[in-house]
Design a protein around this ligand. Structure first.
Ligand code: PNW
Length: 478
């Protein structure tokens, strides 16, 4: 057992501890106060897409309970709160007409954080694209990048004075590959051409968004959040090592390359570059100076080389945190990899993700060696365990406590090695709508009864509260 007080002492005084959520996963109130529909409203309401037909219509009812939820975050002792803004609450049709009531909700929320002395870490895009924009092709169309810049300007103009750190995107890997190639996330498309078009449009939107934000507020701290994947090679063979590099470039390099280096990887470009539909000037737009970046880390992947030439056209699937098994399309030919289970008898969380705390440090080391990166926040880390309240009404989620403790122990080690880590956010504040898994998979440090909306702090919430309070960096507000 790792004592939270011992762990707290290993993080510098200015280190930020927080919790994360995202809008569609907690807000509910999807038809209120002029909010327009998003691609997730449409997707969740299509038969067979989300576990047992669950939707985010009610979610955690945070839209109405935001004030008591902020009290909860305060009581947990958090320095910071990472949340996302619903684009179609601000622009019900994606662009053009602004919905004042949508802006007012985030105004109240942000003021509520400021008055409680909790730092404000908003994300502009956590997957809820205004449905109206799909009429123009959604993320596969460059117009969506312009619409994103317009949305960014309006948000920063209104709230920029009260933001501690703004993220443009959350996990573009999910909103491109998972959404357009694997098809398990909205809009549920299954085309590698669409996915790679979306990769480049998303990178472009990030660049245009940073420019738009800086035009409103030059000194704003801006970053982007990735679920960069930690790849291990199945063996030391040249074939497996080359396959691991291709998996890295396909899943991570397509974002880190243009955003931090101003270029896509040469081998990737030779194989698939035409599908990105790059235009003159795009790469200069994408590479904007950033103040920080965010890493969401859950689980690593081990890969080996497989020969895909002449393969069947099978549906690609995301294996834990990466896309590997696929078919005869160009991306599968390029990848020619498969993921292999490395912990047959090893530790897994309730959604089957392998537990490997060391992967967090290995991945950070690898990324800082490859790219010229600003400081990092761990913007998500957490585990799915589905136990609910026991006989005394308490939730004993000891495996989640262990998960946090082991990852924070590794993170403290990475700090000692000189990796510039500025903060850590637990995913998630509370059990919520876990995308294609609906409400069946629970990541919260606070339990939510999805019938009564009752919140109960779990053992992990108490443990994390003890750690953060012992660390004690929150501004004192009385
Ligand atoms: C991240 N996959 O999502 C998100 O940022 C959160 O919204 C989410 O709740 C959390 O991790 C836990 O899943 C992912 O299938 C969702 O590989 C799915 C995958 C990866 C990340």
């Amino acid at each position: 057992m790792i004592d939270p007080l011992d762990l707290a002492a290993r993080f510098p005084a200015d280190f930020t501890f927080g919790v994360s959520t995202s809008a569609y996963q907690i807000e509910g109130a999807t038809r209120e106060d002029g909010r327009g529909p998003s691609i997730w409203d449409a997707f969740a309401n299509m038969p067979g897409r989300v576990f047992e037909g669950h939707t985010g219509d009610a979610a955690c009812d945070h839209y109405h309970r935001w004030e008591s939820d902020l009290d909860l975050i305060y009581d947990l002792g958090m320095d910071a709160y990472r949340f996302s803004i619903t684009w179609p609450r601000i622009f019900p049709e994606g662009r053009g007409k602004v919905n004042a009531a949508g802006l007012d909700f985030y105004d109240r929320l942000i003021d509520g954080l400021v008055s409680r002395g909790i730092k404000v870490f908003p994300t502009l895009y956590h997957w809820d694209l205004p449905l109206a924009l799909t009429g123009y092709g959604g993320w596969t169309d460059r117009d969506t990048a312009d619409a994103f810049a317009e949305y960014t300007s309006v948000v920063v103009r209104r709230f920029g004075d009260r933001m501690d750190a703004l993220a443009t995107f959350n996990e573009p890997w999910c909103s491109t590959y998972l959404s357009h190639w694997v098809g398990s996330h909205a809009p549920g498309e299954r085309s590698i051409d669409a996915a790679l078009a979306a990769v480049h449009v998303t990178n472009l939107a990030h660049g245009l968004g940073v420019q738009a934000a800086r035009a409103e507020r030059a000194d704003l701290s801006i970053g982007i959040v990735f679920n960069a994947q930690c790849f291990y090679s199945a063996s030391d063979s040249a074939g497996d090592k080359a396959a691991t590099e291709r998996a890295f470039q396909f899943n991570n390099g397509v974002f880190f390359g243009p955003i931090f280096d101003g270029a896509y990887d040469a081998e990737f470009t030779a194989a698939l570059g035409d599908k990105l539909k790059i235009q003159d000037g795009d790469l200069a737009t994408i590479k904007q100076p950033l103040d920080w970046w965010g890493l969401n880390y859950y689980s690593p992947v081990t890969v080996r080389h497989v020969d895909r030439t002449g393969g069947q056209n099978r549906t690609p699937c995301a294996d834990g945190m990466g896309v590997f098994e696929s078919g005869a399309d160009a991306a599968s030919q390029f990848l020619s990899v498969a993921s292999i289970p490395t912990t047959e008898n090893g530790a897994k969380t309730d959604n089957g993700w392998e537990i490997k705390p060391k992967g967090l440090a290995d991945l950070l080391t690898q990324l800082y060696e490859r790219y010229d990166l600003p400081p990092v926040y761990i913007t998500e880390n957490g585990a799915c365990y589905n136990m609910g309240p026991g006989h005394a009404g308490t939730v004993n989620d000891q495996p989640r406590v262990d998960y946090f403790a082991e990852h924070l122990d590794v993170l403290a080690g990475a700090l000692d090695e000189g990796i510039p880590v500025k903060g850590y956010f637990a995913w998630s504040l509370m059990d919520n709508f876990e995308w294609a898994e609906g409400y069946a998979m629970r990541f919260g440090i606070v339990h939510v009864d999805h019938t009564t909306q009752n919140r109960t702090i779990k053992k992990s919430g108490e443990w994390y509260r003890d750690l953060v309070r012992a660390h004690g960096s929150r501004d004192q507000v009385d």
